[in-house]
Structure formats: C-alpha cells, structure tokens
Design a protein around this ligand. Structure first.
Ligand code: SAM
Length: 341
C-alpha cells in the first residue's frame, strides 16, 4: 500500500506533454473587479463550505508532488483575501517544493509581503495594468495604485526577487502604457509581462474591438525601445506560459519582456500545467469548462492512491489545444476567478 510520499511516474498526457506545474486557486473572491475579469457586481460566489480547507489543499498538493510536480502557484480570485493565507503558505513551503509562487493584485502586499516571505513564499507576480492612478481605478473599478506600488516596493525591501508584473493589454484603454510599465519594471529588476485578453465568461467581458495581439504589443515595445530579440529565458525563475524577448541594443539593451499570447500565438503544444480551483476541481485547460472533481472523493475518504488515479485520468484526457478567438469566442463559460488565473 502506498502513501503520500511514494513516488509515481511523471504525469504525461496523450500528446506527450508532461505536467510539472500546478496552479492552486485559494478563493473565487476578489477585492477588485477588473474590466476583463469580473462584472462590476461580482459573480455568484461559491458557498464557503465548498471551498477546500487548508488540509485539503495541502493533501492535494502532496498527491501532485508524488508525480514530480515541484512548482506551485497560488492564485484566485485574489489569494490575499483568503483568511490566514500566511499559515497556508507556511504549510505548503514545508512540503519541499522547488518553487512556491503567488499571483496577486498587490492591494494587500504592504502588510503581507514580509510575513509571506518569512512563511517561505518564493516569488510574486503582481498585476498592474497601468501607472496612471485614475485609469488604474477605472480598470480595477476599486484599486488603489499608490497602495499597490507601495506593496511592490515592500516586496523588494523584504527580499523578494524574480518578481513579474502582469498587464492585460486593452486597445484604447492601456495599450499606450506598455512602455511606461517597462520603464517602471526594469530598474527594479522586475520583468514586465503583457497578456492578450482572453475570452473567458462566455465572451461576456470581452470587447473584440479592444483586442491587442502579441504582435501589436511587441511592435509597441520596439517602437519605443528598439528591436527585440528572442530570449531563452535562462535565469528566469518559474518560467510559465510567457515567451520572453530582450531589447537588442541601446540604453535598455538586454532588458527582458514577456508576452502571454494565448489567443493569437497559443502555446498549447508546450503546456505543462493544470489548475486546481478553490472548490477542488482539476482543470487541465483554462480555456474549457471540463474539469475533474477531486473534492467529492477527497471528502468521501478516498485514499491518496485513489486521488492520484483521478489526477492521472484527468491529465491523460488533457485536450490538445483550445480555440480562443480574437472576437471573443472559444472560451469557457466559467469566469477566470472561478477557475483561477
Ligand atoms: N487577483 C490576482 C491578480 O490580480 O493577479 C490573481 C488572479 S488573476 C485572475 C490572475 C491574472 O489573470 C491577472 O494577471 C489578471 O490580469 C489575468 N486575467 C484575468 N482575466 C483575464 C482575461 N480575461 N484575459 C487575460 N488575463 C486575464
């Protein structure tokens, strides 16, 4: 009989991709209402009793670790609104992962950066779509930019390195802010990453006319900083879905930028990740509603081996690719916050 420490073969799907990376959503709740992510009135929240407890999250992470998964990213919703987050980070850090990162809107980093660092969090991605405070409030519908930037500084002060800044680019909203975000990030040793808007929520939050492609984002960056050259991303901790490039020459020579181009230049062929929702559903693709319920067997007393078998079956059925389109179709009915960004 095996237990939570017995190793299993790496998770390989039907297209010979290996899953090595788990994103764990800690909550579907968020203190922001970003235009592209949540309707202003919010979304129907899941009952709290359905949300995995810390014990349950830890158990499922341990099951994934048996398959050799060593990289975990905490997300949401907004992970920092989850009560006692620091305690969970301590527990997960004690499992011996290679990388335990978190994606956050940064609103609570001023008070949480130091305790999260002490708890063993490895790295942070902070979402900042503009450096214009009024625009920031309009995009997030409630965010406080100076507070977020103070949180980014606090993260640096307490020793976080390898921080990334995430920006979803929207035409006529913040596409003109791309260069300013690079100028902010680079001197702070932060890598800016620009994300194509994905048609989640059955396309309901997607404004086709405002879609900005990866090619257009690259053109904006090189218009300001000169040509970009492909980068092998060596030295970047926790390389995820972004493709990296560097400024080829000039004042910013060598500065890095990442682009997440799920719509126009999908990276499904190299997808190495799965997502666990706050309620214990395993999604092998962000772009579709299909998922495997791990919470029900978990709460019904399934053994670690039985849970591992469920994971294996889900990964074996991972789809080859998705069909996001630039006109807002091809995505899941679910909201981003329900799956975990
Ligand atoms: N609340 C945290 C945050 O703001 O970073 C973590 C969750 S959020 C869903 C994770 C990332 O997904 C953020 O960088 C956000 O900008 C991005 N995101 C949300 N909706 C998106 C969409 N429709 N298309 C592309 N990226 C999106």
């Amino acid at each position: 009989m095996s237990d939570a420490t017995t190793k299993l073969p790496v998770l390989t799907d039907g297209f010979q991709r290996t899953v090595r990376y788990l994103r764990v959503s800690l909550t579907d709740r968020c203190n922001y209402r970003c235009l592209y992510c949540m309707p202003e009135e919010g979304v129907e929240l899941v009952p709290r009793a359905d949300v995995l407890t810390f014990e349950e999250v830890e158990r499922l992470v341990r099951v994934m670790m048996r398959f050799g998964v060593r990289r975990v990213r905490l997300t949401g919703g907004e992970p920092t609104v989850r009560k006692d987050l620091v305690t969970l980070v301590e527990r997960l850090a004690a499992l011996g992962l290679d990388d335990l990162a978190m994606t956050t809107n940064g609103e609570r980093l001023v008070e949480l950066a130091a305790p999260l660092r002490r708890a063993g969090l490895s790295r942070l991605n902070v979402s900042v779509d503009t450096l214009d405070a009024e625009k920031f409030r309009a995009i997030t519908r409630r965010g406080d930019l100076p507070r977020v930037l103070a949180g980014v500084e606090m993260a640096r002060e307490v020793g976080f390195t390898g921080t990334k800044l995430n920006c979803v680019v929207m035409g006529g909203v913040n596409d003109a802010d791309v260069a300013a975000l690079c100028d902010y990030a680079w001197p702070r040793a932060i890598v800016p990453r620009f994300i194509e808007s994905m048609p989640m929520s059955d396309g309901a939050l997607f404004t086709p006319g405002s879609f900005v492609s990866a090619a257009q984002i690259r053109a904006r960056i090189s218009d300001t900083f000169g040509p970009l050259v492909d980068d092998d991303a060596s030295g970047i901790a926790g390389v995820g879905p972004a493709r990296y490039q560097r400024v080829a020459s000039g004042k910013h020579s060598g500065a890095r930028v990442g682009i997440i181009s799920a719509v126009t230049e999908p990276f499904c062929a190299t997808c190495n990740r799965v997502r666990l929702t706050a309620t214990g559903q395993l999604h092998t693709c962000l772009a579709v509603d299909d998922n495997s319920d791990l919470r029900t067997p978990l709460r019904a007393g399934a053994s670690d081996d039985e849970l591992a078998q469920k994971v294996l079956t889900a990964v074996t059925g991972k789809r080859e690719g998705h069909s996001f389109t630039t006109c807002g179709t091809g995505g899941p009915r679910k909201h981003m916050v329900a799956i975990g960004g």
